[in-house]
Design a protein around this ligand. Structure first.
Ligand code: ZN
Length: 252
């Protein structure tokens, strides 16, 4: 009890010198009610307005920095129907085997923004692959998705656009559109396939199972959550250090 009292007393010293409001420059985590909202369409007259352009800038910046396949507006705390989509050279080099690249028709897809997206299923046959999510750190599971879809919507300049997508890209799009409807992959996964992405490393290194840590990038002043293998008692200390660093970074 005394330990907790001491901890909260120390924490109260580190109140941030400003109010944090969405759109956040971090990805919110499961439990945040925004992830369960049904997002609403953006008024097309507002697409070029500063508020929407700022949201898009933050989303594209997180997508690039965190090398994400996709990111939806609810994941930065904004319940609007907007998501990003990309497959980078880096993804192709690091996230797939040559067999998967061929099997799932994976190719480079430049970063793109989709506003008020609508999907239509073209091929009702399904395939199963592992999925993870920036809002459910360190977990992955098998999820069934339709093979082929079409996607219609608008870009950041208010131009209408449409694409057809198969296999992996169709999967990413279905995952992001689910976010806009308050659905997470854990709602539709094969629950017995749910696993911690580092379960093998935890055994091999005989490490703690507390693997999600809080970090701050002092340059971008962003809080970053990363999977790490740390003894439990050190994690608490590290998190406190990070909060101190974050505070000094933002008050520069
Ligand atoms: Zn997600």
């Amino acid at each position: 009890m005394n330990v907790f009292r001491k901890y909260w007393k120390r924490m109260s010293v580190f109140r941030l010198p400003y109010e944090i409001k969405p759109p956040y420059s971090h990805i919110i985590q499961i439990g945040d009610p925004v992830l369960r909202d049904s997002a609403v369409n953006v008024n097309r007259d507002d697409i070029k307005e500063e508020k929407i352009q700022k949201l898009i800038k933050i989303m594209t910046s997180i997508s690039i920095n965190d090398n994400l396949f996709g990111l939806s507006a609810p994941q930065v705390g904004v319940p609007l129907r907007v998501f990003t989509l990309q497959i980078t050279e880096n993804h192709i080099k690091s996230a797939f085997t040559p067999e998967e690249i061929k099997k799932y028709d994976i190719h480079v897809l430049p970063l793109q923004v989709w506003i008020n997206p609508e999907i239509r299923i073209i091929d009702y046959r399904t395939n199963v692959q592992a999925e993870s999510c920036g809002s459910i750190l360190s977990l992955k599971a098998h999820v069934k998705r339709y093979n082929k879809i079409s996607l219609n919507g608008f870009d950041e300049n208010n131009n209408a656009k449409s694409i057809e997508a198969t296999d992996f890209i169709a999967r990413v799009i279905q995952h992001e559109v689910d976010h806009l409807n308050g659905i997470l992959f854990t709602d539709i996964m094969n629950s017995k396939s749910l696993c911690n992405v580092l379960w093998k490393e935890i055994n091999e290194l005989n490490a703690s199972s507390r693997i999600v840590n809080l970090k701050c990038d002092p340059t971008s002043q962003r809080i970053i959550l990363v999977a790490e293998l740390e003894p439990v008692f050190r994690s608490a200390t590290m998190q406190l250090d990070v909060i101190i660093k974050f505070r000094s970074a933002v008050s520069r």
